[in-house]
Ligand binder design. Structure first.
Ligand code: PAF
Length: 281
């Protein structure tokens, strides 16, 4: 495992590997690694010869400066975590290395970005597309691995690679959960004791809601989920949308699509948690 800070060094190592015909698997992260990230790295190791993990807190995807400031950063602990799995290169660049000049590209993802995270975090996905496209250019991976917790991000990244004709296979990976069901997230470590204790209600409510799909309308399930979570003193739903899993547009009834997902964002105090559940696939 080798830590690389510059694009030049990274590209040198990667071009050597490619000369030997090795396939590159890439896991982009913002650090504060947890078991969810390690699962992505393990999958990358199973499906490729060389594994590159980037650790870069991308300023352009934060629409809230407080969120950027308090985003957890601890490279030493991340390196320790990565030493427990097969990881060949850790790319940990400074901001200037990724953005030698300001990136003023404006992507257009149409309706994919006007809903849910895109609606509540304006500019977020443009920043994600900026950084992921730059990282893909730097790492030139054969495959890149992303968690399904960030369901909309995955759709945006697929759309971006298509728009830019990037020859990268995007591999989705299942959500990894704590024992009590809470979806793993770097933000979980910012929760107070009371918030952490109550946060599993989000996943529990989503799982329970699957039982109502057969005899409850889409609107009915939406209301039940929102009411159950908002009844908790530590939690407040920002949005809960039941959407077509391909277009991300809200559905009005269960027959509207063969792929239906419920996506939620919940505030626990100032900490924002997201999760989702597949109702139909
Ligand atoms: O999902 C994340 O951690 C980030 O959005 C990503 C994909 C690493 C881009 O900064």
């Amino acid at each position: 495992m080798q830590v690389v800070n510059t694009v030049e060094k990274l590209q040198h190592q990667i071009s050597e590997a490619k000369k030997s015909g090795l396939k590159i698997g890439f896991v982009p992260t913002m650090g504060a690694l947890h078991e969810g990230h390690l699962t992505l790295v393990k999958k990358a190791a199973n499906e490729s010869d060389i594994v590159v993990v980037s650790i870069f807190v991308n300023p352009t995807q934060f629409n809230n400066s407080k969120d950027l400031e308090r985003y957890p950063r601890d490279l030493e602990t991340d390196l320790e975590a990565l030493s427990t799995v097969k990881c060949d290169y850790i790319f940990a660049p400074a901001v200037d290395e990724v953005y030698p000049e300001e990136d003023d590209r404006q992507f257009n993802f149409g309706d994919l970005e006007t809903v849910m995270e895109g609606k509540f975090r304006p500019g977020h996905f443009n920043g994600v597309a900026q950084v992921v496209s730059r990282l893909f250019d730097m790492v030139t991976p054969d495959k890149a691995f992303f968690g399904l917790k960030d369901f909309q991000q995955l759709a945006i990244i697929r759309a971006m690679t298509k728009q830019l004709s990037m020859p990268v296979e995007i591999v989705p990976c299942d959500i990894v959960r704590e024992k009590d069901g809470l979806a793993m997230s770097s933000r979980n470590m910012l929760l107070s004791e009371a918030q952490r204790k109550n946060a599993p209600l989000i996943a529990r409510t989503l799982v329970e809601s699957c039982n109502f799909v057969a005899d409850t309308s889409v609107q009915g399930v939406k209301k039940q989920v929102e009411d159950a979570i908002n009844a908790d003193t530590e939690l407040e739903v920002e949005y809960f949308e039941i959407v077509d899993g391909y277009t991300l547009q809200a559905v009005d009834n269960w027959d509207e699509s063969n792929y239906i997902v419920g996506c939620i964002a919940v505030f626990a105090g100032e900490i924002r948690l997201i999760d989702n559940v597949t109702y139909k696939l």
